[in-house]
Design a protein around this ligand. Structure first.
Ligand code: ADP
Ligand code: ADP
Length: 221
């Protein structure tokens, strides 16, 4: 799926958060969105994900979505947002239940994403039994279960320690390469951005005008 962000501006009452953002994200591309706190990264991600309507401008999405896609643009949250009373499999199942998938189809998808994220042995564990890194693997697995066209990640590793961050970053990298996933990855960490992304896009603090600072050419199959 190709995303075209054109002339996007956003104001919250007194604050101008984004001004004239123009950005195209190609299918299979991993784009890191960086910039200091308050520069509008989360606002832009929310607008891309359709959670927030921009004051001006538009987002258009075109092209194919994966077979069985339940939600083309899917979020992964920084704080994992897992239900403590549900197992790993139960947390992944939740979103599939919302979409009224049959029990058999849910089970098949849960198996698939547990395998993809290395969680097969943890399907019956509860969140409190898991480390932060494992919890975020569940967050990713839950997002993948809806077979999104584009994964939207807002600082998904910032709650984790440095060692776990590097481990997960390399796992994400391999997973994205394997699945041909398109992703927009918000971080304030330039090292993380460069390690993961095909393209790094930086936002200025004010007034949030986009500024592309770094492009890594990784061929997309
Ligand atoms: P970042 O993700 O880069 O830290 P945000 O998108 O969260 O930036 O915020 C951009 C600007 O908009 C900041 O000045 C922030 O204070 C402001 N802002 C964010 N959300 C709201 C809101 N709900 N109401 C008012 N101002 C907000
Ligand atoms: P509880 O904590 O109430 O025992 P779970 O969190 O284990 O429940 O599971 C909640 C829901 O998640 C179940 O009703 C089921 O639909 C789904 N689920 C749980 N485990 C699996 C699994 N291994 N395969 C498919 N669906 C599952």
């Amino acid at each position: 799926m190709r995303l075209e962000i054109s002339g996007v501006c956003h104001r919250y009452d007194q604050v101008e958060a984004l001004r004239d953002i123009n950005l195209t994200i190609e299918p299979g591309e991993i784009v890191a969105l960086i910039g200091p706190s308050g520069c509008g990264k989360s606002t832009l991600l929310s607008i891309i994900g359709g959670l927030l309507k921009p004051s001006e401008g538009k987002i258009s999405a075109s092209g194919a979505v994966p077979d069985g896609c339940l939600n083309p643009l899917t979020y992964v949250f920084q704080d994992f947002a897992l239900l403590p009373w549900r197992t790993v499999a139960g947390n992944i199942s939740l979103v599939l239940e919302d979409h009224k998938l049959s029990k058999a189809e849910r089970a098949a998808r849960i198996d698939e994403v547990l395998e993809q994220t290395g969680l097969a042995d943890f399907r019956n564990a509860f969140p409190k039994q898991l480390s932060g890194g494992m919890k975020q693997r569940v967050g990713i697995a839950r997002a993948l279960a809806v077979r999104p066209a584009v994964l939207l990640m807002d600082e998904p590793l910032s709650a984790l320690d440095a060692q776990t961050r590097i481990l997960l970053l390399d796992e994400f990298s391999a997973l994205f390469a394997r699945t041909g996933m398109t992703a927009v990855y918000v971080t304030h960490n330039l090292n993380e951005a460069v390690r993961l992304a095909h393209r790094v896009v930086a936002l200025r603090r004010r007034p949030g005008t986009i500024k592309e600072i770094h492009t890594i050419d990784v061929p997309i199959d």
